[in-house]
Design a protein around this ligand. Structure first.
Ligand code: HEC
Length: 177
């Protein structure tokens, strides 16, 4: 009989504890909270905060900044760092990671990839593509454009015809003085 009483008492005490936890002091959402910043229990996000998954507006079709040699240099540096391990320094899909067994990406010199808008490269870097993961965390938007512009330069470098060169360079190439 005594045991039953003790058990009953224990249950009552536990239930009592739970009740205390439910009633502990807390703020309602956005309730005034004197002493806190802005006197408000919910803190404001710092200026410039971008919610996860937020869209920053439509991505332009083409480069939103002027095409300069500096931009291409930056693009090359970022491409060599982040993309060449798989895509290779020249975009022929022969990077070291591929040589060690990672699925080979397509060459960047196909007819299709030579004719896509720069925005496509920007989107692939931002969102990933198939088994390629997103580089959004490592390559900020401005650098994505720089890389996209550099890929286009790489593509031109592999498809240049002699008549694309200036007279002087062409003569140099053909060995005529
Ligand atoms: C770890 C290896 C790896 C790295 C690093 C990598 N990629 Fe890729 N990439 C791939 C693979 C694999 C595919 C093909 C994915 C598929 O089709 O499933 C691909 C596909 C692509 C495509 C083709 C998309 C299409 O329309 O077919 C582009 C463009 C591209 N990557 C650009 C980049 C750029 C730019 C970077 C650097 C910021 C980069 N990749 C870094 C592996 C990689």
């Amino acid at each position: 009989m005594c045991r039953v009483w003790m058990l009953g008492l224990a249950i009552l005490m536990l239930a009592g504890c739970e009740q205390d936890m439910a009633n502990q002091p807390r703020y309602e959402a956005y309730e005034a909270a004197p002493g806190w910043k802005h006197n408000q229990s919910a803190l404001q996000p710092v200026p410039g905060t971008v919610p996860r998954g937020a869209s920053l507006g439509p991505v332009p079709e083409d480069l939103p900044m002027p095409l300069t040699l500096d931009l291409l240099e930056r693009g090359r540096q970022r491409f060599d760092t982040y993309c060449s391990p798989c895509h290779g320094r020249t975009g022929h899909a022969d990077g070291m990671v591929v040589q060690r067994g990672f699925p080979a990406p397509p060459t960047l010199h196909s007819e299709r990839l030579r004719s896509v808008a720069l925005r496509h490269f920007y989107n692939v870097i931002s969102n990933g593509y198939g088994v390629m993961y997103s580089y959004a965390a490592r390559v900020p938007p401005e650098d994505r454009w720089a890389v996209a512009a550099y890929i286009r330069a790489l593509q031109l470098s592999q498809h240049a015809a002699p008549q694309d060169l200036t007279e002087g360079l062409r003569a140099q190439l053909e060995g005529t003085p």
